[in-house]
Ligand binder design. Sequence first.
Ligand SMILES: [Zn+2]
Length: 168
Amino acid sequence: MLIFNPAISFAFPLYYLCTVNLFINLFLIQAIMRNINEIIIHCSATPASRDIGAPEIAHYHRLIGFETIGYHYVVRLDGTVEPGRPLTRIGAHCKGHNANSIGVCYVGGINAEGLLADTRTEDQKWALRKLLISLKSQFPGAVIHSHRDFAPKACPCFDATAEYASIA
Ligand SMILES: [Zn+2]
């Protein structure tokens, strides 16, 4: 015998709507997310003593004609990871590679003598690795590269390609 159960009759449409909503959201996120196959590491090419972050880099990038900050993430001296451009948007950080990449920048790259150098603090090293592990889990097909793999420059002043090759 079928007994009318108000709990089920009220709960089912709600459950159904939530499921539909979840599928629509997943569809939208996949529809707007770019195809990411590279994660490119940069330095800000600023003195290691200068504690700047995403707002200062965004300001500089606007001055040189970008719409906003070119990177997707900035890692500050104390290891704080600041968001830049949304991942769904194409960055402006590596000529010829922007459409399918994520740009990650640590603050520093110039030592006390004014020379290009790996100036990452221990906090930055830790935060970079943690961020890259998280990005690789989101985009398993993405290969981590140094900016210098694609351009005749020192950026990011260390061999990020080799150092992060083991992050799977
Ligand atoms: Zn760079």
